[in-house]
Ligand binder design. Structure first.
Ligand code: NAP
Length: 276
């Protein structure tokens, strides 16, 4: 039987509409739909950028902060205004009790955990004469001990499906610039922890990777004056791509390590530093 042109047009329209709906469905499916993530130190800087990018891919994000409640609330507002899910939770990552409370509260609110981004960190440069126990502990207690204890909690809360831990290290772990011995050593420790924990936790389907950024323009970098003068010029001139980084240069790599796109990658350190 031959169809008249009326029904044929209707069928074609129906098929087009179905194709459009399928495309829309795929567009709405982020790489991290249904996942729950904690990003430590996400009230500003690299952590805030990563929190927004994970949420844009569909993850529910816990935006951790130490003291900048306003900053964390702003990040949450930006995420939720775009239809994403996020909450701000205070916890000092240099304190074990705070870390335990952060993970317990996340489990209570969202019932599970899939992704941990260990981003909270501080950087203080000092020549050897300026190194004190305080300078050492301030950086090691947060950048290293905090990262280890947060990873321990994450391993406890990830379910049988495993999980992904993304550590924010730095190029200084291998470049080891002068007058930055303690900070560089914290990041050297982060690289080693990444490799060791990846081996230990792999059988539990927990992947552990690190991102090692070069100089990235953030609130912390600005307040330390690292984006100014000769320091910046020297970095720009020794960077093949000729500029310092933006938060947006780093965040997509966190999505990659958090998602199934990297499901057979663990124990890696990815330098993102314009070729340095
Ligand atoms: P930032 O702008 O100074 O932001 C630091 C974030 O960490 C803030 O959200 C801050 O929250 C939080 N934080 C600080 N102490 C904390 C604590 N005890 N507990 C919980 N959160 C804490 O720093 P950034 O430049 O984005 O650096 C973020 C990470 O990237 C660090 O691990 C850093 O070592 C690494 N990194 C940075 C660069 C760079 O050039 N920016 C390069 C390589 C690696 P509050 O404001 O609430 O304190």
């Amino acid at each position: 039987m031959k169809l008249s042109s009326g029904p044929r047009i209707c069928i074609a329209r129906y098929r087009n509409r179905a194709a459009v709906l399928e495309m829309e469905r795929k567009d709405n499916m982020g790489k991290l739909n249904g996942k729950v993530a904690i990003v430590t130190g996400a009230s500003k800087g690299i952590g805030a950028g990563i929190a927004k990018q994970l949420a844009a891919e569909g993850a529910t994000v816990v935006v951790n902060y130490a003291s900048s409640k306003q900053g964390a609330d702003n990040v949450v507002k930006e995420i939720t205004s775009k239809g994403g899910k996020a909450v701000a939770l205070q916890a000092d990552i240099a304190k074990q009790a705070d870390i335990e409370r952060l993970f317990a509260e996340t489990k209570k609110q969202f019932g599970k955990l899939d992704i941990l981004v260990n981003n909270a960190g501080i950087y203080e440069f000092a020549p050897i004469e300026g190194i004190t126990s305080e300078h050492f502990h301030k950086q090691f207690d947060l950048n290293v001990l905090g990262l280890v204890l947060a990873s321990k909690e994450a391993a406890k809360y990830f379910d049988g499906e495993g999980g992904s831990i993304v550590n924010i290290s730095s190029v200084v772990s291998t470049l080891a610039p002068p007058s930055a011995a303690v900070y560089s050593a914290t990041k050297g420790a982060v690289d080693t922890l990444t490799k060791s924990l990846a081996k230990e936790l792999g059988p539990r389907k927990i992947r552990v990777n690190a991102i090692n950024p070069g100089l990235v323009l953030t609130e912390g970098v600005q307040s330390g004056g690292f984006d100014q003068g000769d320091f910046r010029k020297e970095i720009e001139s020794s960077t093949p791509l000729g500029r310092i980084g933006k938060v947006e240069d780093i965040a997509p790599a966190a999505v990659f390590f958090a998602s199934n796109d990297s499901s057979w990658i663990t124990g890696e350190t990815l330098v993102i530093a314009g070729g340095r």
